[in-house]
Every structure is written in C-alpha cells, then in structure tokens.
Ligand binder design. Structure first.
Ligand code: TYM
Length: 334
C-alpha cells in the first residue's frame, strides 16, 4: 500500500521487437488495471543483459519500450514509467535477496532451463539469478499485484517464497504479491508452431506479430498461420492453431471463445483469419501512430524519464532502508 492505494508493479525486457504476446499477456492488462492501483511500470534493462546485447540496440530498444508503454495508453504522470537501471535499489535489494534464495529453488526455474539450452555458450550467473532480481523489483515497491503472462507464474511463486521466508525471520517487511494472469491472452502461441509460445527470440518472423508490424504484414502473417485441414472453427486442444487464433480474437475483442465460435459458425478459415488480422490491426495501428508522434518529441520523453526515476527512487529507497536496517547493515552517518 503506497499513498492509500494498492500497488501494482510490472515490467518488460528491453530486448528486440515486442510481440502481440507481450501486449495481450501483459500490457493490455496493465491498462485495464491502472486506474485502480498506484502503478510502477518498469523497463527492465538490467534483466535484458542476461543475454548478450548490442549496446546501441539496447539503448534504442529501452527507449522504444518506454514510448510503447505510453502509446499503449499508460499515462506517465499518473503511472510511474521508468528504467530499472535508474533505480540502483533494484540491484542492491537483489543482492540481499540472493542471500535468502536457495540454489535448489533456482535450479527448478523452467525459464532458466529453456534459456540455458538456447544460449548454451553464455550460461551466466545473471541468467541464473534472474528471478531474484525480479523478486527485488516487485518487493521493492511493496506490490500487491503483478500482471504478467502465464510464463511468469513460476517467477511470481519464487518471489512469494522469498518474501515469506524473509518476513518469517524479520517480521512483516514485504507485502506478499499476487500474480494477475488474464483470462484471455495469457499465453499467445507462435503462428507457425502453435505448440510453442510466441517469443521475440523466435527466428521465424512469420511466427510472431510484432507490435510495430504494418497492417499488410499483420494480415499476411495471419493468413499464413498454421492451422489444420478440417476447416471447422472449434475451440479445442486438438486444434491448437485455431484455438490460438480464437484466443487472440477473444483477447482483442473481449469476447468469450463460445461467442467467437458462434460468430464464425459456417465460415471458412480464410474469412476467420482475415477477421482476426483486421481486429489486431485495429488495435495496433493507433498505438503505432502514437509511438511515431512520441518519437518526435524527445524533450517530452526525457522529462518523463527524469521525473519518474526520481519518483521510483523515492519509494524504492524506503523499502531498501527498512530491509538494510532489519538485517543489521549499519546506518549511514549524515
Ligand atoms: P518479458 O519481456 O519476457 O515479457 C514481458 C511480458 O510479456 C508476457 N509474455 C507473454 N504473454 C502471453 N503470451 C506470450 N506469448 C508472451 N510472451 C511474453 C510475459 O509473461 C511478461 O508478462 N521476467 C519478465 C520481466 C520482469 C518482470 C519483473 C515482470 C522483470 N521484472 C517484475 C513483472 C514484475 C518478463 O517475462 O519479461
């Protein structure tokens, strides 16, 4: 609880092209929830370097992500939109929490297993302790709720475990956060292999809808989406391609799967894919236009970066000081 409101925290990595999965699993819910909570939306640039980054690209992507948050509808005055690396308390709390996290717990993280298989030439300690930095992000702001896609559920569980462990030793220091995983869009799958999650690191560009794809590209990618051959629009596990398209349609329109199936009763896959594509375009196009506008106004974005870093530092420092005191680190003499 901060300033009488419950607190919401979430973030995205500043790596590469942002996908429809990022939008539907996370960003869309951030917008729905933002009036109700005191919100912190972080560009998690420190998490991004767990995979080798080109410095100029990282910088560009971090700024693009910050602009995307705003363009998608988050008011940067009401919400604190900032870079993780501008608030050193994230890294400091992360170190402390490392000392309250067991290797056995980190060994169980499926994202670490997946990423170390994918980046086998760079299995660094940061990749391993990624969830601890994520716990620090969340706990620093005494967050009540954390809206994320389904793939982050395990990281939320370990965050809760670390917080409960710490609280059981030192008293009620941290709020125990709840994950918020949307009913639709929590796991958007690849358009080329619906058994796999849509992921920005996928090398097949047709597998992903990127948030900055132009309308023709979006429609073309949906037309090419892998489905099956029976030409019946049904929401069932044994039709994963069609199920994924229905999920995307439902997330975009806030309809239920049942309503969507009824709407397309008797229609073929061609019509259905086109309708899904057009619906997605109608959501992304206004966001893309706003990104373009924002990119023209360097001073405005710079001002937001500066003001919100100050605000985030203020709240983060409060929790960090409390933690340092509890564990017996000596106070600074002023
Ligand atoms: P990142 O950048 O990998 O993902 C950002 C958000 O997008 C969601 N997401 C998806 N949702 C549905 N379908 C998909 N195919 C899909 N792909 C990605 C993710 O679940 C996530 O919500 N570790 C976090 C970043 C982070 C964070 C935090 C989040 C760092 N610290 C603290 C919340 C709180 C991540 O997955 O980033």
């Amino acid at each position: 609880m901060l300033d009488g409101k419950k607190t919401l925290f979430s973030g995205m990595q500043a790596t590469g092209n942002f996908t429809l999965g990022n939008y539907m699993g996370a960003l869309k819910n951030w917008i729905t929830l933002n009036e109700e909570y005191q919100c912190f939306y972080c560009v998690v640039d420190l998490h991004s370097i767990t995979v080798r980054q080109d410095p100029a690209e990282l910088k560009k992507n971090a700024r693009a992500l910050l602009a995307l948050y705003i363009a998608a509808g988050l008011d940067p005055v009401k919400n604190c939109i900032y870079y993780q690396s501008h608030v050193s308390a994230h890294a400091e709390l992360s170190w402390i929490l490392n000392c309250f996290t067991y290797m056995g717990e980190l060994n169980r993280m499926t994202q670490f297993k997946d990423k170390s298989a994918k980046y086998s030439d760079n299995i660094n300690a940061g990749l391993y302790t990624y969830p601890v930095l994520m716990a620090a992000d969340i706990l620093l702001f005494q967050s009540d709720v954390v809206p994320v896609g389904a793939d982050q559920k395990q990281h939320l569980e370990i965050t809760r475990d670390i917080a409960e462990r710490f609280n059981s030793i030192y008293g009620d220091v941290f709020t125990i956060p709840e994950p918020y995983i949307g009913k639709t869009g929590a796991k958007i799958m690849s358009l080329q292999d619906p058994a796999k999650k849509m992921s920005k690191s996928d090398e097949n560009i047709n597998a992903n809808i990127y948030l900055m794809d132009d309308p023709d590209t979006i429609i073309r990618k949906f037309k090419r989406a892998v489905t099956d051959s029976d030409n019946q629009i049904r929401y069932t596990e044994d039709k994963p391609g069609i199920k994924n398209l229905i999920d995307i349609y439902c997330s975009a329109t806030n309809k239920t799967a049942q309503e969507a199936v009824k709407e397309f009763d008797g229609k073929g896959y061609g019509d259905f894919k086109l309708a899904v594509g057009e619906t997605v375009v109608s959501i992304l196009k206004p966001i893309q236009d706003r990104v373009e506008e924002l990119n023209k106004d360097k001073g405005y974005i710079d001002g937001i970066i500066k003001d919100n870093a100050e605000k985030a530092n203020y709240f983060a420092a409060k929790t960090l000081r409390k933690v340092q005191k509890k564990i017996g680190l000596p106070e600074k003499i002023r």
